[in-house]
Design a protein around this ligand. Structure first.
Ligand SMILES: Cc1ncc(COP(=O)(O)O)c(C=O)c1O
Length: 465
């Protein structure tokens, strides 16, 4: 008998997976693509199953965690993220008489280059992504008791500025596979106190900016784009940062491009753009120095950082394009596996995968996430469970409302009824419990990603119910 019914499901799945893994390891990308196609559809064809058996399924398909051969045999590769371009730019900088940002040639070069990837009228360099967001919030006039709706799965830097301006972050739920703001839930959380939305393009996957901008316009809200993880991303062909009223970027070490720490904030809006420099530089307008009308902290970036960041901008397009390709390839390969929710990207957007994030459907597996992740890691896949440990509202400093020396003046003054211990975003909590993160880096090859996909498939098929 040749049909699948002649094999137990486990034997059959194991055979198909091992075939996929073996081919991906041994062969060219083309062979691996073919193997994967065979593997996924596979599994319903007697031919593939028979071939898998012939390939010595039993031995080869044992999970690496059980002593079998690893699906990922290639190295992830690597290499320096900076070199001669940055060195030359730093040499130039050291010939200057000043390393201060104002009218500094490196700062100007950096901003010119950022303007090419994010063509907004006003741009200002600053010391971090957190600073960029704080400057945006301050320039937008957000203050005492104002509410700002944003994502609870993000870096704390998204809301630090909101809290420092004595405003109130209100966390909305996220899309199950996009991990970006659920526009309907954002709308539900709008109150008369709402002043702004901070749209975090998590992992470099663009938010639904058209829907968010329409919502913001309808309610006269300011839309701030947190592009910290999204250098080079595009929303329906438009560069990220150009739809909202503000664009905020991070140049922190882990980001697509970096100068160790740094940020850039931008706006094309005549109400806000001219204020950016002031709110990043102690409240003073350097074009007409003298007299502080505004109050702000020092978020300046030196010329040395600007030089490195400007040099890094020359690498951006290649980095963004490569990450986009690798992440999309992973979706193509694992997207239809049973029990898996792939990273959901709109077909007309460019996601730049600061990392790749997929979910397991718990009911579809005979094991929990930690076992699944352990088995995938044993296969050599660069995976880990979850992202941040808890949604931001679950962090002790939020639960204790203890932002300023253990107190939260806005709450004590009765200007907010926010109670973070009662805040709930069900999808967010499910995402953090069921999400599996895959490292994507620009030096990885497509062949390597195919092996990672094979590793994920092998483990998924082993544990699928
Ligand atoms: C989404 C997001 N927003 C804001 C930030 C804050 O950026 P930075 O670390 O440069 O202050 C980060 C970076 O960690 C981030 O990932």
């Amino acid at each position: 008998m040749n049909g699948p019914e002649s094999l137990s499901r486990r034997e059959f799945v194991a055979g198909a997976s091992s075939l996929l893994a073996a081919r991906a390891v041994a062969g060219s990308a083309a062979a691996a693509v073919a193997a994967n196609a065979a593997g996924s559809a596979a599994a319903n064809t007697a031919g593939a199953a028979g071939a898998a058996r012939a390939a010595g399924a039993d031995k080869a398909s044992a999970l690496a965690v059980h002593g079998g051969k690893k699906a990922v045999q290639r190295s992830a590769g690597g290499g320096p993220r900076w070199g001669d371009v940055e060195r030359r730019q730093l040499d130039e900088t050291l010939k200057q008489g000043s390393l201060f940002y104002w009218q500094g040639p490196q700062t100007q070069l950096l901003l010119e280059r950022v303007q090419k990837v994010c063509p907004v009228k006003y741009l200002h360099s600053c010391s971090s992504g957190t600073a960029a967001l704080h400057i945006a919030v301050a320039a937008a006039g957000i203050g005492l008791g104002d509410e700002v709706i944003t994502s609870p799965i993000t870096d704390l830097g998204t809301v630090i500025g909101v809290i420092y301006q004595q405003a109130v972050p209100v966390f909305a739920d996220l899309g199950a596979g996009t991990y970006n703001l659920d526009v309907a839930d954002v709308e539900r959380r709008i109150t008369p106190k709402t002043k702004a939305i901070i749209a975090v393009h998590l992992t470099g996957n663009p938010c639904d900016l058209d829907a968010l901008k329409a919502l913001a316009d309808r309610h006269k809200l300011i839309l701030i784009e947190d592009c910290a993880q999204a250098w080079g991303a595009r929303s329906r062909g438009r560069p990220i940062g150009t739809v909202g009223h503000f664009a905020c970027f991070s140049l922190q070490n882990s980001k697509h491009i970096t100068c160790g720490d740094g940020g850039v904030v931008g706006s094309s809006d005549e109400r806000f753009g001219p204020l950016l420099q002031k709110f990043g530089d102690k409240g003073g307008d350097r074009r007409k120095w003298g007299g502080h009308q505004a109050f702000a902290t020092n978020y300046r970036m030196s010329e040395l950082q600007a030089a490195v960041a400007a040099a890094q901008l020359t690498r951006l397009e290649a980095i963004a394009a490569k990450r986009a390709k690798l992440g999309n390839l992973l979706t193509e390969k694992i997207g239809k596996l049973p029990g898996i929710v792939p990273h959901q990207v709109h077909p007309d957007d460019r996601a730049v995968y600061w990392f790749y994030f997929f979910r397991m459907k718990p009911e579809a597996f005979r094991c929990g996430r930690s076992e699944l992740v352990k088995a995938m890691a044993a296969e050599g896949a660069p995976v880990s469970g979850g992202y941040i440990a808890v949604p931001l509202y679950g962090e002790p400093v939020f639960r204790n409302h203890a932002f300023f020396a253990g107190r939260w003046p806005v709450k004590e003054m009765g200007l907010t009824t926010m109670d973070f211990t009662k805040h709930k975003c069900p999808e967010v909590e499910a995402i953090l419990k069921t999400g599996i993160r895959v490292t994507i880096e620009e030096h990885m090859t497509e062949e390597y990603i195919l092996e990672v996909a094979a590793a994920i498939e092998k483990v998924v098929m082993h544990y699928a119910v």
